[in-house]
Design a protein around this ligand. Structure first.
Ligand SMILES: [Mg+2]
Length: 398
């Protein structure tokens, strides 16, 4: 089998990859809705792929893996990797999890990091009402993740929250950072207390915190919330869109507290997890299979983390419903350090109508059934999907 074309259409806000073969089989991959601008970056891999056998996934990846990087640039390589696995699964007539070594679970645990309503404000009572709403969702998530500090609006709305230089609001990718004021610090503690008051020990809580904290603030906060038994504190020092890791500082933080410290959603490739894992710098890692270099990359990283007693909770909030198929397939195969993946819901309602292969109610009791269809188990209904194509992408499904 040979690849005859690599196509990319921006549907809604997601760049969708479609790899076409000379045997009529095709594979799909999806990029986060936050990265519509990646289309030309994806298409520049076309020449490297044409003529290759897509079922030799690793051989094809060796041609392109080196051309990715930390978020957002690992996404192009990752989405192509998903599409290759999709074809490989269809060619072998098995779900992709079989090709990754087989499943160890029939249902995969997920947590709520994407199902949201607009919060009424940034005060403790707003946070409390917010998690109450989340708790009552039909998905019955075992855990919710909430943004605080630099990963939330409170950095703007709480006067004097920090002593750093404020970055423009709503500019995706700029990093607010600096020393947090005592007022800001106490405000965060009050919000955590208010949420735990509602959640009790029924639903677990994790906090997405940054990046942008200075190490002394991070240590003090992680110690101050120890009594709440949080699942983790995410991306305090480095993280989302930061193109470096600081394992030494993370290790200082991790060894200072019993609160589990988490990072990794922006990191590209297993090599960049090596030091984090081997020096026990964090307790939980959260690579995103749509950023880290693909689902096999995620599998290898998880196995390495398992041998070092480090937990795995993959990122995925914006990956869309095709991205969900990729997450389900790989997470079905992961060892016992797996906690749950961040469930991606449809970024716009039309996705629920054009994606086929998923049940009507996808999440029950915080679990998702493993998909048994060949490939990644999800597809776009071409007839229904066509109406959402932009003019320049008209031939995408042909
Ligand atoms: Mg995050």
């Amino acid at each position: 089998m040979k690849i005859t074309d690599l196509r990319c259409a921006v549907i809604g806000k997601h760049p969708i990859v479609r790899i076409v073969t000379d045997e009529g089989l095709y594979g799909l991959g999806e990029v986060e809705f936050t990265k519509p601008y990646l289309k030309p970056f994806i298409l520049h891999f076309r020449e490297a792929l044409i003529g290759e056998d897509p079922t030799d996934v690793e051989r094809v990846m060796l041609r392109i893996r080196q051309r990715g990087s930390f978020k957002p640039y690992g996404a192009a390589v990752s989405a192509i990797e998903h599409a290759l696995w999709d074809i490989a699964g269809k060619a072998a007539n098995v779900p992709v999890y079989k090709l990754l070594g087989g499943k160890v679970r029939d249902k995969v645990r997920v947590y709520n990091g994407s199902i949201r309503r607009k919060r009424s404000g940034d005060n403790p009572e707003d946070y409390a009402a917010d998690v109450k709403w989340m708790m009552e969702r039909p998905e019955k998530f075992f855990m919710v993740k909430q943004g605080i500090s630099f990963h939330s609006n409170m950095k703007h709305s709480v006067e004097g929250f920090h002593y750093g230089v404020a970055q423009p609001k709503h500019y995706h990718g700029a990093m607010d950072q600096g020393v947090i004021s005592e007022r800001g610090f106490n405000h965060m503690l009050d919000c955590v207390a208010a949420m735990k008051e509602v959640l009790g020990d029924k639903v677990s809580l994790a906090l997405d915190c940054g990046p942008g904290w200075m190490l002394p603030d991070a240590i003090r906060f992680a110690q101050a919330v120890e009594k709440y038994n949080l699942m983790w504190l995410e991306d305090m020092l480095t993280g989302d869109y930061v193109p470096w890791v600081n394992p030494q500082a993370y290790r200082e933080l991790t060894t200072s507290t019993s609160t589990p410290i988490h990072t990794g959603e922006q990191i590209y490739l297993r090599h960049n997890f090596k030091e984090l894992i081997e020096t026990q710098a964090v307790r939980v890692i959260g690579p995103d299979p749509a950023d880290v270099g693909g689902i096999a990359e995620l599998k290898w990283i998880t196995e390495h983390a398992y041998m070092h007693s480090i937990l795995m909770a993959p990122h995925g909030t914006a990956n869309g419903l095709l991205g969900l198929g990729a997450l389900i397939n790989v997470c079905a195969t992961l060892p016992a350090n797996y906690i749950a993946f961040e469930y991606p819901s449809a970024s716009e309602p039309f996705w629920d109508e054009i994606v086929i292969g998923l049940p009507k109610q996808i999440v029950r009791d915080s679990m998702v059934d493993v998909l048994e269809a060949p490939g990644l188990g999800v597809d776009i209904d071409a007839k229904a999907g066509k109406q959402y194509l932009r003019e320049e992408d008209a031939g995408f499904f042909d």
